[in-house]
Design a protein around this ligand. Structure first.
Ligand code: FAD
Ligand code: FES
Length: 253
């Protein structure tokens, strides 16, 4: 499908936000789902690039991405009025918690965008929403004000320029030290971070979900280029089609 860029902004160091409009199932898309975006005419960059849906209104959606290579560089150069050829929404999103659940959302760096969409959906349902976000520095941080409107926000940066000095795990531990307990924990970020988040709750009765951002080729379950290991070494699952969101007990982190 072809979406139109309506707005572009550089929102942090190397981080861009694009707002897109056009025919899209805005009312049924789930937080955690993503788009596969064609780069250029698709000749030089044959593989589409996966980018999460970060926010949705009734007639637009936003994506937020870090420029890491040629594909994301090309995306950052789009202007209002440009068309974007996208496939989506793809993948399996985050299951929402039951009403009145106590929820913790944990985002590391560029893992935060799909969690904003999730936080918007969780906030009206939950009894308590805590959000822990970690960035390298204040210059890398984005959407902090938007998250703060939705829940109790604890920030951490590696250099202490914003929030606690430390990692997002320090932010989680600081919330826990206040005596907070959660029924549901949702996380997105680098795999080592996801592993430690899961370990933090190993002795508690918590339902945990992680979003894995594996490298992808087809994005629709056909090529098996994105597999991850399931618990117990019993098999593999495709991140693009079976995920990217998984129950953290169902995958090897
Ligand atoms: C389901 C899913 C959702 C994603 N959502 C977002 C998002 O919301 N915002 C965002 O900024 N990025 C997101 N990513 C990562 C994004 O797809 C990659 O950064 C992008 O494809 C890189 O393309 P490129 O051509 O710019 O870089 P390339 O030239 O392809 O790669 C440049 C560098 O980035 C690394 N890289 C490439 N792909 C990934 C990846 N999937 N994960 C980690 N490192 C990668 C490469 O190893 C290399 O070091 C998501 C990935 C997945 C699978
Ligand atoms: S990217 Fe092809 S199966 Fe997942």
């Amino acid at each position: 499908m072809l979406l139109t860029v309506t707005d572009t902004a550089r929102i942090a160091h190397g981080i861009w936000q694009l707002t897109l409009t056009g025919t899209f199932p805005y009312d049924t898309v789930q937080p955690g789902q993503f788009l596969m975006i064609r780069i250029g005419a698709g000749l030089e960059h044959v593989l589409r690039r996966p980018v999460s849906i970060a926010a949705v209104t009734e007639d637009s959606l936003a994506i937020v991405f870090r420029v890491v290579g040629k594909g994301t560089q090309w995306l950052s150069e789009r202007k209002a009025g440009d068309g974007l050829d996208v496939l989506g929404p793809l993948g399996t999103g985050f299951p929402l918690p039951p009403a009145k659940a106590r929820v913790l959302i944990v985002g590391g760096g560029i893992g935060a965008p799909p969690l904003y969409f999730l936080a918007e959906r969780v906030q009206p349902l939950s009894d308590r929403l805590d959000v822990a976000l970690g960035f390298q520095t204040q210059a890398d941080s984005f959407w902090v004000d938007r998250f703060a409107v939705l829940g109790n926000l604890k920030l951490a940066t590696d250099d202490g320029s914003l929030g606690l000095k430390g990692t997002v795990i320090d932010a989680v531990e600081s919330l826990a030290a206040d005596g907070l307990k959660w029924d549901y924990v949702y996380a997105c970020g680098p795999i080592p971070m996801l592993k430690v988040v899961k370990q933090c709750f190993a002795s508690q009765e918590v339902q945990g979900y992680v979003s894995l951002e594996e490298r992808m080729a087809c994005g629709v379950g056909a090529c098996y280029g994105c597999v991850c290991q399931t618990g117990g070494g019993s098999g593999t699952r495709r991140v693009c089609a079976d995920g990217p969101v998984f129950d953290w007990n169902g995958v090897v982190l």
